[in-house]
Write a protein that binds this ligand. Structure first.
Ligand SMILES: NC(=O)c1ccc[n+]([C@@H]2O[C@H](COP(=O)([O-])OP(=O)(O)OC[C@H]3O[C@@H](n4cnc5c(N)ncnc54)[C@H](O)[C@@H]3O)[C@@H](O)[C@H]2O)c1
Length: 270
């Protein structure tokens, strides 16, 4: 199965996800919710899978009322392989197939290296890296079983391409793993016309970090996260900056791209 040449199609058609279905993990809040919104706006049916089942349901109801496509929710822990498999089964049952799988669920870690316990390290890897692996593998198995092309988008981080700051060892290792997994999976899944792409956001404001907008420059400069006080482009990143790029990756606009991870950091790492 190869990818078609889409040179003759219009831009609006290439961006359209009408008739396609997507699963976004960790989509009750933050970058995942912004992504679910853009995918739904482009016409996709979306399953919001999140450990916070109540917030996932609220998010699905909000988006379902706003867009024509069907938006549903499920409670899912990205650190639990059986829950991920159940989510794949649910998406297939409800939508008929999975065309787009976005591995967005992730947790931070702020424990300095010398204090970092084995169990803390394992937990970050289990959710951020192993959860992405299981999600991608199960989604790919489903796509291949249905003899359909597909797209997997992995949300990495600036911490997936460079070291960041004290306390980020587990997170940084997990996100470097996500970038490597994206490369390797793209090679193994290309024969099935399944594209695998990554996005690497720099600091991006979400519902949970909006309080930072209240802090003055001095206070912000004490927080050692690159991009927290703004980017080279004159403002701090916001969730929709990342969501638009994920929409691009998921759409036929990016049909000739696989294996790469897009830096979305306002030029911080340039
Ligand atoms: N916001 C940023 O500045 C930024 C920068 C770089 C990378 N990222 C990455 O983007 C992704 C989303 O981050 P965010 O800032 O939107 O975070 P967030 O904390 O605002 O949202 C994370 C979402 O994931 C859910 N979640 C947490 N643990 C889960 C689990 N075990 N299983 C399923 N869902 C779970 C939460 O309930 C929440 O809805 C993460 O992978 C994160 O590492 C974020």
């Amino acid at each position: 199965m190869g990818i078609p040449d889409v040179s003759g199609r219009s831009l609006s058609d290439l961006y359209s996800l009408r008739g396609r279905s997507a699963v976004v993990t960790g989509a009750a809040w933050g970058l995942g919710k912004a992504t679910a919104r853009r995918l739904a706006e482009a016409g996709a049916s979306v399953l919001i899978a999140d450990i916070d089942g109540e917030a996932a349901t609220a998010c699905a109801q909000e988006l379902d009322a706003q867009f024509e496509s069907r938006i549903i929710a499920v409670q899912m822990d990205a650190g639990d392989p059986s829950a991920i498999k159940a989510t794949v089964d649910l998406a297939v049952r409800e939508f008929g197939q999975i065309d787009i799988w976005v591995n967005n669920a992730g947790i931070p870690s702020f424990v300095p290296l010398l204090d970092l316990e084995d169990a803390d390290f394992d937990q970050v890897i289990a959710i951020n890296l192993k959860g992405a692996f299981i999600g991608a593998r199960e989604a790919a198995r489903s796509m291949i079983g249905a003899e359909r092309p597909g797209v997997i988008v992995n949300v990495a981080s600036l911490a997936g391409v460079m070291g960041i700051s004290a306390g980020q060892a587990a997170y940084c290792a997990s996100k470097h793993g996500v970038v490597g997994l994206t490369r390797q999976m793209s090679i193994e899944l290309a024969p099935h016309a399944i594209r695998v792409l990554g996005v690497a956001p720099g600091f991006s404001v979400t519902e949970k970090t909006m309080f930072l907008a209240e802090l003055d420059e001095d206070a912000l400069s004490q927080i050692p996260i690159p991009g927290i006080g703004g980017s080279r482009l004159g403002r701090v990143g916001v969730a929709d900056d990342i969501a638009r790029a994920i929409l691009f990756c998921a759409s036929d606009m990016a049909l000739f791209m696989t294996g790469s991870t897009l830096l979305l950091d306002g030029g911080i790492a340039a």
